[in-house]
Design a protein around this ligand. Sequence first.
Ligand SMILES: C[S@@+](CC[C@H](N)C(=O)[O-])C[C@H]1O[C@@H](n2cnc3c(N)ncnc32)[C@H](O)[C@@H]1O
Length: 272
Amino acid sequence: MELNPTILAKLIVLVRKHTGIAMTERKSVLLERRLRPRMQALSLSSYQDYLDRVERDGAEIPHFIDLVTTNDTLFFRTPQVWDYFAGRYLPDWWAAHHGKTLHIWSAAAASGEELYSIAMLCEQFKLGTPAFRYHIHATDISQQILGQAAAGQYEGRSVERLQSSHPDLFKKYFIVTGKVARVPDELKKHVSFGQHNLLQPLRPAQRFDLIFLRNVLIYFDIEHQKTVLQQARHSMAPHARLILGESETISRLETAYQFEQTMIYKLDEAAA
Ligand SMILES: C[S@@+](CC[C@H](N)C(=O)[O-])C[C@H]1O[C@@H](n2cnc3c(N)ncnc32)[C@H](O)[C@@H]1O
């Protein structure tokens, strides 16, 4: 089975159409490796046949999206973000919004490590401020990865890294059975899940106090980065903050966002 340049180009167009992800021809080996098991499962003998299937059969599109998205993530990825969230964001928010519920959106949540990191720190914050309430809405374009996030069961690298970076939180918040560490209902009850493409408006519409939009803009070209940021803006309360990944900078894009500190943005006053 060979992925020739013509079919590769057509697949790249389909990836962009369904996810916004800008792939280059250099990803051909990656695409081959990811699509091949699915083609075998469908008894398709060529990439052309698979291309036809995706183009003609809407039911195949969610599988295609699952295969072409990259879902790498970790608990407490990028420590500065968590220092900011626990040390500055939560106390400031609470001082300004006493008695209200904090609404957070983990957009591009992948397998959920980010949203449960948020939940653990919210629980910790609640220890000193028992009236504090929070809700996390977690979305991703991939149904399959979102299912993993909702299951909240982890093993391997994710768990090993968490055990060494935050042993106390791991011990306190996870239920371990053999090699599997499970998130308790105590954390899950604060989370809702929904499939969502960041290029489209979030439905139902909602205004969040804080949006984690990390390590996903890197997959888009500038045009789609701007679209995602425009959409996210409609989901932000006037005082909200947007958190990006460490290798993502949007200052050159002329958006409605104003740099606050590394990785943290707020809405321009005119846009808020
Ligand atoms: C590398 S993971 C980032 C996970 C997490 N935010 C973090 O920083 O660790 C990127 C995620 O973006 C999702 N994604 C890609 N394109 C998307 C789109 N158009 N809309 C929503 N999610 C998308 C992928 O499915 C993947 O789970």
